[in-house]
Design a protein. Structure first.
Length: 175
């Protein structure tokens, strides 16, 4: 991907208004990819969604760089693109097995259990956990990125964390 000029945009009184796209890409593409991989549970689809989202961010960089959270916007664009891709795929052929994990299986059994528990959450809850924990977005930022109210973010997060605690407690009891 070709980089935009590397000089930052300055605002009033010489304050830096936004970073150039190449700096944004280097700083955020891996985090957006990991967030999408966890949300989508498919490494290849997450890579494609990240590439598509970054391409769209680049094409609209003059507008995207002024947002409060360009990485959150990029994550949401990737998630929307993947959702559309899934819908199209389902119309064209029957569902396939979801045996693939998005990243290499962690060697730590506790990390594997946490990953499996996260995989079991509904997509709406999983995306809230990913936004709040992995992307370190605030409740308000998560609500804006996902297009839901802050109350919805809080309730989904509370339900997701309760489900994760239950699943991890059961896993530990079985060991």
């Amino acid at each position: 991907m070709e980089a935009v000029a590397s000089e930052p945009v300055t605002g009033p009184a010489g304050h830096v208004a936004a970073e150039p796209f190449d700096t944004f890409y280097r700083a955020h593409s891996d985090r957006v990819y990991r967030a999408l991989a966890l949300s989508l549970r498919d490494d290849g689809l997450a890579r494609e969604a990240t590439d598509e989202a970054m391409t769209r961010a680049y094409a609209r960089w003059d507008r995207v760089r002024t947002l409060d959270n360009p990485a959150g916007w990029t994550y949401r664009v990737g998630l929307n693109w993947a959702t559309s891709w899934w819908r199209k795929l389902r119309r064209e052929r029957p569902p396939v097995s979801e045996d693939r994990h998005p990243v290499a299986v962690p060697p730590d059994p506790a990390a594997l259990a946490a990953r499996d528990a996260l995989d079991e959450l509904p997509l709406a809850q999983r995306t809230v956990v990913v936004c709040r924990v992995l992307l370190d977005l605030s409740t308000a930022e998560t609500a804006a990125v996902l297009g839901v109210s802050e109350g919805t973010v809080k309730s989904r997060l509370a339900r997701a964390l309760a489900a994760l605690r239950t699943a991890l407690t059961e896993e530990e009891d079985q060991r």
